[in-house]
Design a protein around this ligand. Sequence first.
Ligand code: SDX
Length: 387
Amino acid sequence: TTGAVTLDSGYGNTGSCKSEITFIDGEKGILRYRGYSIEELAEKVSFEEVAYLVIWGELPNQEQLAEFQAKLAKYAIVDEGVKTILSGFPRSAHPMAMLGAVMAAFGSYYETTGDSEEDILRIIAGMNSLAAYIYRYRRGLPYVYPASGLSYAGQFLHQMWGEPTGEPKVNSVVEQALNKLLILHADHEQNCSASTVRMVGSAHASLYASISAGVGALSGPLHGGANQAVLEMLEEIQNDGGDFEKYVGLAKDKESGFRLMGFGHRVYKNFDPRAKILKSACDDVLEDLGVDDPLLDIAKKLEKVALEDEFFVKRKLYPNVDFYSGIIYRALNIPTEMFTVMFALGRVPGWIAQWHEMRNDPTGRIHRPRQIYTGATERSVQPIEER
Ligand code: SDX
């Protein structure tokens, strides 16, 4: 049980729901997918295994994993028509805007029910290819088709950086780091974007429309867009002579409207367990890749000052998943504007699992929160000459 939360079957006015997918204890900093701790999953399995676990409830055995990987490789080939959608965007359009729009139309290329296993595979594998296509399109580069025998992370790296004619070139350190990042983002119970996917799906909109809406919600800088906002904040501090204490001071001044990106969380009132894993992964990945990123030094100084400052301590504002992830993505040479797309690639199994859980709930109803009306009491229309 999750204690004080008043649970309501399906959706009622509480806006909360029952779920068997992800457990979070915000006070203790615990995160588990289907009962497995994030710490163990991040170290021991692939993202494909986590996606399978989150969606179907159990870790796959070798035969199930091999079959799942073969299907993902097949569905990584997306309809050529999506290139026409992409070509309609200005190259400067944000990758999340492009991803959300393409996902809304993606199902139209296929004769499916919209909620079958095939749709699940098309969305997971297809989004991976679409993310790489978006990267290539924004740079005017030729698209790179999927290659066989690659992991999910490897397939993305191949299609993002591979040469149209070359063999897959995937660096194992980069692939392993991306695999861990994807696992850490796979689900997070009723966060803003997952709730959006549930809300849209509760109207019996298609899985594609619901995922598209989830992409939109995730793009917000208070949510998934924070990973890009963290890097932009660290770069601003670096360009401002590295004066990180000035920015801590700004964050404490309500008038400034400034927030330290990557800090705080609605649920975690202790360290976000994902941030802990990413903080140590940061050091390992940068060392393995021989990257010396001054932004990491600024991040660590910022974290230290904030964790000792009364304003942050009193409000239990700790680094969250977005605080360190951007530094790793940057070390992997993934451009800043693609960071939130990477978050979406990791999160899509969670969105799919939660959408199906909601749609399979026999007591499920359309999500229709009520309100407390604070507007004008009843009044009559005055003729316009008297208004
Ligand atoms: C994600 O929900 C999920 O699970 C999300 C996520 C997932 O996996 O799906 O974990 C991913 O979205 C992580 C969060 C990424 N966002 C950021 O890093 C943006 C910066 N953080 C904040 O804007 C904020 O902390 C939120 C949005 C994350 C949480 O907002 P809350 O719970 O609504 O907190 P709040 O806005 O009510 O703030 C409480 C107090 C306020 O001060 P007081 O009014 O009490 O004086 O804390 C202050 C806030 O001003 N505060 C901050 C702050 N975050 C909260 N002050 C400075 N810097 C911050 N980052």
